[in-house]
Design a protein around this ligand. Structure first.
Ligand SMILES: *[C@@H]1O[C@H](CO)[C@@H](O)[C@H](O)[C@H]1NC(C)=O
Ligand SMILES: *[C@@H]1O[C@H](CO)[C@@H](O)[C@H](O)[C@H]1NC(C)=O
Length: 277
């Protein structure tokens, strides 16, 4: 039996991965051949949005199955380990919150649905509509501040489970050239979250004082999940933005933009020639 038996089709697709070495530092660089799972679209095609939506869906499905070069650095996509989040928000509203989230695991990303993927011909920014039936974040928190006017000061395990989550993602990119291909440098992500329901539990939310008050507070959060989510929206938004930016940067440094958009201009065609110094 071959050691490759049962492996993902990626290995069978005979990908050529180029290793780039800059000043003695080598890093895994890019695919010089289109992976078989990708669908290539033309931005000048009237059906581009439909094609691009299917193409990005296939990319996300493959990410769940496993793209070896990505899995190697971020681990599996579902459940996904996310980076530590530090968060501080001080304002005059209901939220004055400082929180650190560590050992975070996100579950549910493999069920992600790309509802629409638009690419701007003007600056090659993206607008993507995403749906996740159930996204769950598990981890450890340390928190000081107020949520819904309740003063909290605790640390422990927590989860937030978001049902029927619609995400509008706006992504800024900068095109660049590598090995005769054009690539997306994903520079900025802004997301807008629209949840259909939220369940949560923070253990030890008052630092050990009264299990009964802890239970009733979590119950209160769940009964008032819309307000609770609004209070935590900046924290959850930042968590999702940071995580997506990291993954998308790695993905699009690996896979040339030409494999997604066949008729993408080069960076020189889009931004103009660099001035001679
Ligand atoms: C979060 O972590 C930072 C750095 O480790 C620390 O300065 C800050 O006080 C922590 N915040 C909370 C609420 O524990
Ligand atoms: C991508 O953009 C960042 C700044 O947003 C820059 O630091 C980085 O060098 C760029 N990467 C490439 C490959 O152009």
């Amino acid at each position: 039996m071959s050691v490759f038996a049962g492996r993902s089709p990626v290995l069978k697709g005979l990908l050529i991965v180029v290793l780039a070495c800059v000043t003695g530092v080598c890093s895994l660089d890019y695919y010089a051949e289109k992976p078989s799972y990708l669908q290539t679209c033309r931005i000048n095609d009237p059906e581009f949005v439909k094609c691009s939506t299917a193409s990005i869906q296939k990319l996300m499905d493959q990410l769940s199955i496993g793209i070896p070069e990505i899995t190697e650095v971020i681990g599996p996509f579902d459940p996904l380990k996310t980076k530590e989040i530090q968060f501080a928000q001080d304002n005059q509203g209901a939220v004055q919150l400082r929180a650190n989230l560590t050992n975070m695991i996100a579950t549910g990303l493999s069920k992600l649905v790309i509802k629409e993927s638009r690419v701007s011909k003007k600056d090659y920014s993206w607008e993507t509509k995403i749906y996740i039936p159930k996204l769950r974040l598990d981890g450890h928190y340390k928190m000081a501040g107020k949520i819904l006017l309740i003063p909290l000061n605790g640390a422990g395990r927590m989860f937030i489970e978001i049902d029927k989550l619609n995400i509008l993602m706006r992504t800024k990119t900068r095109l660049y050239e590598k090995g005769g291909f054009t690539f997306y440098n994903v520079t900025k992500i802004r997301i807008d979250l629209n949840p259909g329901g939220v369940k949560t539990n923070f253990e030890n939310i008052f630092n050990g004082n009264s299990k009964e008050v802890e239970r009733s507070t979590n119950l209160f959060f769940n009964e008032n999940w819309r307000d609770f989510f609004e209070a935590l929206r900046p924290l959850v938004t930042k968590t999702v933005e940071t995580t997506l930016l990291d993954i998308l940067q790695k993905l699009f440094n690996l896979i040339p933009a030409n494999f997604f958009v066949e008729d993408i201009p080069t960076s020189e065609q889009l931004y103009g020639k660099k001035k001679e110094q």
